[in-house]
Design a protein around this ligand. Sequence first.
Ligand SMILES: C[S@@+](CC[C@H](N)C(=O)[O-])C[C@H]1O[C@@H](n2cnc3c(N)ncnc32)[C@H](O)[C@@H]1O
Length: 182
Amino acid sequence: MAEVVVLRWGHRRRDERLTTHVALTARAFNASGLILTDVEDNELVQTIKKLVSEWGGTFFIRMGIPWRVAIEEWKARGWVIVHLTAYGENIQQSDVLERIRLLEQNIVVIVGSRKVPDEFFSSEVADFNVAIGNQPHSECSSLAVFLDRFYRGRALSQTFKNAKLEITPQKHGKKVIRHSAS
Ligand SMILES: C[S@@+](CC[C@H](N)C(=O)[O-])C[C@H]1O[C@@H](n2cnc3c(N)ncnc32)[C@H](O)[C@@H]1O
C-alpha cells in the first residue's frame, strides 16, 4: 500500500491546536508522519509523542525544514506531491484520484493554513492540485476526506501496534482497555 506523509505549511504558534489536529487526522487516517516546514514547535512534538505513546503506532514529526528543501528532498526520493486546495481538480467530479492511484507511488500531501505561496499551484511543486469540493473549508477536513478516499476507508478499521489505550466500540457509554506494559 502506498505511504502518505503530510506536509503542513504555515503553522503559527497561535495555530498550535489546528496543527495538532492536522497531525491527529494524518495519523488516524493512516499517514506515516508530518513534516512541519519552516518553523519548529517543540510543544507540538511533545503532544504528538505523548499521544503516540498512549494510542500506539509509529508516527514521525520532522520540523524546521524550509518548504522548498522538503519538497526537493521528497521529490528526489520519487514521492508524488499532492497539494490540497479548493482551486484544484475536484476529487468528486474528475478522475484525479484515479490518476494519482495509477502511479502507485508514495505521496506527500501538502496542506496550508493562510494563503499559500503561489508556487504550490505550479508543476514545479505540485504534481496534482486536488480540491475536496471547490468551496474553502479546512486543512483537517480536506486531509480527512482525501486520505479516507485514497485508502478506500480502510484506515478506519486499522489497529495501532503497542497501544496502551484501546477503545472498545459501544452502542452507549465509553469503554477503554488499558494494556499493561509488556
Ligand atoms: C483555511 S484554508 C486556507 C485558504 C486560504 N484562504 C487560501 O485561499 O489558500 C487552509 C488549507 O485548507 C485546505 N483546504 C481548504 N479548503 C479546501 C478544499 N476545498 N479542497 C482542498 N483543500 C482545502 C488547503 O490545504 C488550504 O491551504
